[in-house]
Design a protein around this ligand. Sequence first.
Ligand code: MLT
Length: 263
Amino acid sequence: MHVDVNGARLHVREAGPASDNVLLLVHGFPLHSGMWAPQLDDPPPGWRVLAPDIRGFGDSGDVGGAVLSMDVCARDLATMLQQLGVTQAVVCGLSMGGYIAFSMLRRHAPLIRGLVLCDTRAEQDSQDARTARHTLAERVLRDGIEPLVDSMLPRMLAPRNRDRMVALRIRDIMQSVTAPAAAAALLGMAERVDNTDLLRNITIPTQVVVGSDDAITPVGPARLMSRAIPGSYMDVIPDSGHLPNVEEPEIFNAVLRRFLSAL
Ligand code: MLT
């Protein structure tokens, strides 16, 4: 389905029954909601699952600006939930999706019933990382998405998964991302605020998940993030890199279900 929000038309994948138990899946970069196929194909029993493409990505039209801030994405998703009559959802964000989940927590907290922070971080970019994102954004606008795919794909997956079908599926998703959307999201991630101050004040149930071989958001910092969030759960998904939900979907889904069933 499509939902009109704040001048954008978001494409939203849906699974599960009509239910007040709503799970919102927020994709990473440079990806779209298709990355959640293993969760949409096998939704947690009794849960309505919503997986939108953020503006400019997947089938959600044009990005509509040179910078796509995490706050704009968060506002779009909050509006989307309101348009669909959803009063509260568990928000599960992977990497950039986690940055968006933090922004939702800052600005739209009443909408959030629980949090699943996958392969993400609370810190903002260092000055070097910011500069690198700007350089990469310029390169993507000049040369297209392919160099970004070639450099990012091997870092996304654990070494043992780089020759599996999953790598082809992720490559396909990455190649569908347009250069303007990728560049705008890079600049938006570069300007995101630091969320570490938020962690100790999180009072809703929270699950931290990370792939054992995640080279982008590694286990050590994920563990520290979990320790900083009172009462949060922490799971390391074995044999996985940055995308444990597609690399080890059965284990990931079991962790997700355990968390949801305890709410
Ligand atoms: C992602 O997977 O969303 C990105 O790796 C996030 C980032 O570049 O910081």
